[in-house]
Write a protein that binds this ligand. Structure first.
Ligand SMILES: [Zn+2]
Length: 113
């Protein structure tokens, strides 16, 4: 992937070769879901993904960079919280820095259905 992404294979716990670890990371459910959404939606729709496990750190980085590269908002709800990415940033961190005026979805009404 462009945008400076380097797979963090230290999060793959299986004892396999490096290339296989990268393939395993690419198979994480949120990445597969994101690929599907990109195939079936237009290029302005925010991407909303829900999963029942936690997002791993590598996917968090991947999705953060993808939000900048694709110029789309991406919201991932995992087992514990919502992760909202925009322009290559995690919005919670932007909010903490006082750089986001709206706390959620940039004023757009949307649902994760
Ligand atoms: Zn992952």
């Amino acid at each position: 992937m462009e945008g400076g992404y380097v797979a963090q294979t230290k999060y793959v716990l299986q004892n396999v070769e490096q290339d296989e670890k990268v393939k395993l990371l690419n198979g994480h459910s949120e990445r597969l879901a994101m690929s599907y959404v990109l195939l079936v939606t237009n290029d302005t729709t925010p991407i909303c993904i829900m999963k029942n496990l936690r997002v791993c750190s590598d996917c968090h980085t991947f999705i953060k960079l993808a939000s900048e590269l694709l110029e789309r908002e991406i919201i991932v709800r995992d087992a514990k919280r919502f992760h909202h990415f925009r322009n290559g940033f995690h919005v919670k961190k932007l909010r903490d820095l006082g750089r986001v005026d709206t706390p959620f979805f940039s004023g757009k009404r949307m649902s994760c259905s």
